[in-house]
Design a protein around this ligand. Structure first.
Ligand code: DGI
Ligand code: FE
Ligand code: FE
Length: 190
């Protein structure tokens, strides 16, 4: 894939806050390492990491407009928390803006927040990197970082569990794909 990573970073830098920029480069770096460890494409992981939060600061209404306009995006997103919208929208915007047409990269960005059932290796790597990149600090993150060294699925299951627990605590809805993603990572019939 012919792509200028420095250009992508410079464009991201104009679009998001300093904090979010540092987070995104952290995700890119962590995703690249996880990709190397688990056999995904490190360059695709890096690209998806850089761009995954590209539309994080777009106004809610603009994100909602994109979702309504692009029927390939799940329309039921609009019934759930607006924090779920930036990944799907970014997965469209990067195609137009940077001529990125790699389906794996597009899907890794699209599902980085919600997850889904049957996640690809690259989707898992980017989603997990988003939780554990070096600047992330929350109770339990060290335990997930440790698990990420040996078991990708189990680390991601722990990450989703944390998010689901938080949503319940805040009395928020859980997007069904997040539940499916989480169930998929639990082995057996339990
Ligand atoms: O964009 P980031 O802050 O780096 O991280 P993210 O894209 O994973 O998550 C954004 C937030 O979305 C996350 O803190 C929790 C919130 N959220 C709201 N409803 C849901 C949800 N996250 C998931 N996975 N599922 C939901 O239903
Ligand atoms: Fe995000
Ligand atoms: Fe992120």
């Amino acid at each position: 894939m012919k792509i200028d990573l420095e250009y992508l970073k410079a464009e991201l830098n104009k679009e998001v806050t300093e904090h979010r920029y540092i987070h995104s480069l952290g995700v890119a770096d962590t995703a690249k390492q996880l990709a190397a460890r688990y056999g995904a494409d490190p360059l695709k992981a890096e690209i998806a990491g850089i761009l995954h939060d590209f539309t994080k600061f777009w106004p809610k209404e603009k994100l909602a407009q994109y979702i309504r306009q692009y029927q390939e995006l799940a329309q039921d997103l609009l019934d759930y928390n607006a924090e779920l919208w930036h990944g799907p929208v970014a997965s469209i915007v990067i195609q137009e803006r940077f001529a990125i047409h790699d389906e794996e990269v597009i899907m890794a960005i699209r599902y980085h927040t919600s997850g889904r059932e049957q996640m690809s290796l690259l989707e898992k790597v980017v989603c997990l990197a988003d939780y554990i990149e070096p600047s992330r600090q929350f109770p339990g993150v060290e335990e997930i970082r440790e698990m990420a060294k040996s078991n990708l699925d189990e680390a991601l299951r722990m990450a989703f569990d944390g998010t689901i627990q938080l949503l319940i605590k805040k009395k928020m809805k859980i997007y069904p794909l997040t539940v499916k993603a989480r169930n998929d990572l639990v082995g057996g019939n339990d």
